[in-house]
Design a protein. Sequence first.
Length: 447
Amino acid sequence: MANLIAITKVSIDSIKEVPEYKELMPENNKYEELKGSIQQLGFLDPITVNKNYEILDGYTRFRIAKELGIKEIPVEIYETSGREEELDMIASFNLKRRQLSNDEIVALIDKIAEKKKALKTQITEKFEEQKNEIKDEQNLVSPDQILVKDTDKISTKQESREIKEELKRLVPDVQINEKTIEKYLQVKKEIPWLVQYIGDEKKGKIGIQKAYDIYRLLKEKNLLDLDKRLPKSELSSLITDKYGRKVLDRDDLLQLILDHKMAVSQAINKIKMEKKASRSKKKSNAEESKEIEKEKEGEELESEVEQKEDSENEEYPFAEEWQKAEEEETKQQPTPQEEAPPTKTEVYIPKADLDSLYKAMPSIKKLVDEGKLTEKDAEKVYEIWRNMEAIFKQASLLWYNTVDIMLKKAGLSEEERKEIFLEMVRPYFRLFSREEVFPKEVLEGKL
């Protein structure tokens, strides 16, 4: 009996037409209507394929996808016992989904019966050849066993070749061996959504070994459906960021993320801060004494380790830096008896599009004009402003790909759908309190 093993999206180039299956299909008399529906709503019914990505059902939709230039299409992948079972599936799909006339139904059944008869004849002939070659009856196998055995050999070779080609496309530099293929297939079968993150690590992807380690970790935590529990942007940070993968190991942080009480970026930052604190504690008394001695002699010493950690830290301690800057400025101001050394004037050139920021937020421009904010401060505002735009674009994309399609099918107009969207997001158009966004440890000053 055929088993459904996966529902996923694949490249249209990996899908194959089978001439002997394709010729069984009557011409679809609603071709243009189906094409218009796919063009407007996308694929609502996946194409059915076997493990070798050979089409069992959906030749018309496949043809339309190629005409429309669609690069990826959804598929249902079935594991079958061979051609005979696949012919039965083709008959079942067509009799259920198509509006066929009585003549077309009879013709389809006759064609499939002929195909199955020819297939059985080939099997019987092969069995007779084997029977003549092997005299010992105990060594004989049935025609069905021959079919399964030969089909498995062909399928295994073809699948192995296709998997190797697929791996070369995903990770060009990977060393492909049996273990690599086994790990990749395990990931692809058990947690197919993780495959999209496999690729060149220099381009922000993960290798096959890392993907396999993540799969084992999530399986142990019963979180193979993590893609359904987190937004794609949050999930991507957990999988591709080296500190994000450390968050996956931390049950305390991971649970806060799953409960929507902490963002992934906050969890990553917490791990970085803990790492920095741990390094700071390991400094020996001798090193600290040397630093104090050098400070007394007027030498400035700055730890390279701390510089690296500060550059990696996503949440920059602005208030502390401003306070340090003010203290340094006070120290550097000359006394009445001293003459101030000549200063070099540096012209600051903004790197952000501040004109667009000022146009959208006149209040920020006013503060800059009054000297209460610098252009560097405005750049930080610009970065947050652009991040907000990205967040709302992501929310809109999720809406268009899910709820909007359902409401459109329900007959709602664009204005009605837009109103429901606003009803959904309106409660979140506010500045959340500190208690709602910061971890408890931060609020209590423990971090």
